[in-house]
Ligand binder design. Structure first.
Ligand code: LCS
Length: 407
């Protein structure tokens, strides 16, 4: 482990060193990929002692329940979020499902924000009701609505902040106040990882991420993490990640994320600065009706975002809608033409990559959400979502200019 007192250094230093130290076998500085399914014991007695947890230190026995490369990744993520522990999963959905199965049972009630990622929406609208878990959908930005939805059997309040794809900001501290000690507040922080937002510090009980996005940051691995208090994380690991879901990440993917996280602070700073620049440009564009970006003063929760998100950063994601009747086109048709004319952004789902990605939520990430639910959440057919990458913002703006001219 690192010799540095990680509590006394800045985030940039901490996130490079946390969880990682010279490898005990040969002193390798980069954490080796322990690409193994199982671990050998010298004797039956040693195996029994390791299974019974009677051996000090980290002693993996089988890679579904623990792997040294994945453990280094988990420890780095726990430090990143300021949580007691972390469990890693094979995808962000693995993290979402594992949290649900760890804390909810038939007869319980859970409150979900009315706009979440399409996969999570399916969990709320279909998977949980199928196993007898009651779900209420409310706008978690409306604290009165959340308060009114709480019932005696409510066990969890779940939301993304900012949310996918509307960039709505939910007040984590205020929701925890309403929830009290017995209802778990679970925040999906995928759109704004540290050092942009520290959900546990704001009062969340659990923060989860799709690390497929900014945390790995290179668009080459799927993964998820769940971070929180040690006993909660032990429950998620034992009840669901290593059992019913059986969804740990591969050691290779854990290695990729460890590598990607070394530049997390640097990357987030640039994603946020470029997104603000592109958001301002789009806002000033006569073809654009609305831009959803928490860093713009016109965003309805800009003041809350400025309190809850840190270091003057508001994330690298934005959405926008074109005007109707742009050269006779509907907002939807103009949006399609714009996407097809852009040269730098790839038309692709996912987000948080070095490459700028652009997509159409109504037909892609949120196609599985019922049309009336999409509209209630503000996801119109004309909405376009942009993940601002690490290319020069000057080049991105010039590309938008030529694409608008092609309309
Ligand atoms: N949470 C959020 C907020 C997400 O945006 C996603 C995926 C997930 C959880 C699930 O993570 P995964 O299993 O994909 O690692 N969001 C995607 C998106 O907006 N486009 O493609 C995937």
């Amino acid at each position: 482990m690192s010799k540095i007192d990680l509590n006394k250094v800045e985030f940039e230093t901490m996130v490079i060193h946390a969880g990682q130290g010279a490898d005990p076998a040969y002193g390798a500085l980069a954490t080796p990929i322990y690409q193994t399914s199982t671990f050998c014991f010298e004797t039956v007695e040693e195996g029994a002692a390791k299974f019974a947890n009677e051996v000090p230190g980290y002693h993996p026995v089988y890679s579904r329940s623990g792997n040294p490369t994945t453990r280094a990744f988990e420890l780095k993520c726990a430090a990143m979020e300021g949580g007691e522990d972390c469990v890693a999963t094979a995808s962000g959905m693995g993290a979402v499902g594992s949290v649900m199965l760890a804390f909810l049972k038939t007869g319980d009630h859970v409150i979900f924000d009315n706009a979440v990622y399409g996969g999570t929406n399916y969990v709320a609208s279909t998977n949980l009701p199928e196993i007898g878990i009651e779900v209420s959908r409310v706008d978690t930005g409306d604290l009165e609505a959340v308060k009114a939805a709480i019932k005696p059997n409510t066990k969890m309040i779940y939301f993304e902040t900012p949310n996918n794809p509307m960039l709505k900001v939910t007040d984590i501290a205020a929701i925890k106040k309403l929830a009290g000690p017995d209802i778990k507040v679970v925040v999906d922080g995928t759109f704004a990882p540290p050092p942009v937002q520290f959900a546990l510090k704001q009062g969340a009980d659990i923060v989860l991420h799709s690390i497929t996005k900014y945390i790995n940051g290179h668009g080459d691995a799927l993964g998820g993490i769940v971070v929180g208090k040690a006993d909660d994380i032990a429950r998620v690991r034992k009840n669901s990640v290593t059992k019913i879901n059986g969804c740990p990440p591969s050691p290779f993917n854990s290695y990729l994320v460890l590598r990607g996280m070394k530049t997390l602070a640097l990357r987030m700073r640039q994603h946020c600065a470029s997104a603000l620049e592109v958001a301002k440009y789009l806002k000033s564009n006569p073809y654009v009706k609305t831009v959803y970006y928490p860093g713009l003063e016109s965003h309805p929760q800009h003041a809350l975002a400025s309190r809850q998100m840190e270091n003057g950063m508001y994330g690298g994601m934005l959405s926008f809608e074109l005007n109707d009747n742009v050269k006779g086109l509907s907002s939807f048709d103009a949006g399609k033409k714009l996407l097809n004319s852009l040269k730098i952004p790839a038309i692709a789902v996912s987000l948080g990559d070095p490459d700028t990605l652009i997509e159409h939520p109504a037909s892609m990430t949120h196609a599985g959400v019922a049309p009336e639910d999409r509209l209630a959440a503000g996801i119109t057919d004309g909405l376009v979502r942009l993940s601002v990458g690490l290319e020069s913002p000057k080049d991105l703006i010039a590309d938008f200019e030529q694409a608008f001219q092609a309309l």
